[in-house]
Ligand binder design. Structure first.
Ligand code: SF4
Ligand code: SF4
Length: 158
């Protein structure tokens, strides 16, 4: 009786295993029929939806120019000290000095992606990026400078 039950269980399990393997084999051969996408296999083609908030970024144009005046409105709006705006004085053609952005320091490890800094910016200088692979072994790597080296303020932005 025991042996009969045992053999029955083995046969049943083997049938179930073969059924699963048949399905796996079918989709392995006919990959065009796969309906679901799995990360990270689709990493190269994955496009996040428009409203996704990955991290605060500062767009630069092809001339390495950004729209940040260094006004600090984003720093003031941020509820948890994620942003530190370091400014400098730049000499203007008329000989006067004007405040300008030196470094936009952004602590991704503190950011809650609340969007308040972006809403507060009067120059439309920052926006949410769609990146989301932020894991690092050393959290110091999450401290970023959003303005690129050598970049400057776009002409016409006050
Ligand atoms: S998204 Fe929110 S938490 Fe992050 S830097 Fe902007 S204001 Fe601060
Ligand atoms: S990002 Fe916007 S709000 Fe922040 S310092 Fe630059 S111009 Fe001002």
């Amino acid at each position: 009786m025991f042996l009969k039950d045992y053999i029955g269980t083995v046969v049943k399990s083997t049938k179930s295993l073969l059924k699963g393997m048949k399905l796996t084999g079918h989709y392995f051969i006919h990959q065009e029929k796969i309906l679901t996408e799995e990360y990270p296999d689709n990493r190269d083609t994955l496009v996040m939806f428009d409203r996704f908030k990955g991290e605060v970024t500062m767009p630069h144009d092809e001339n390495n120019e950004h729209r940040c005046t260094g006004c600090q409105a984003c720093e003031i709006a941020c509820p948890n000290g994620t942003i530190k705006i370091i400014t400098k004085q730049e000499l203007q053609p008329d000989g006067k000095k004007k405040k300008a952005l030196d470094t936009f320091v952004y602590h991704l490890e503190l950011c809650t992606l609340c969007n308040m800094c972006i809403s507060a910016c009067p120059s439309d200088a920052i926006k949410m990026g769609q990146t989301f692979e932020h894991s690092v072994y050393d959290k110091r790597q999450l401290k970023k400078s959003l303005n690129k080296p050598g970049s400057k303020l776009m002409e016409g932005v006050e």
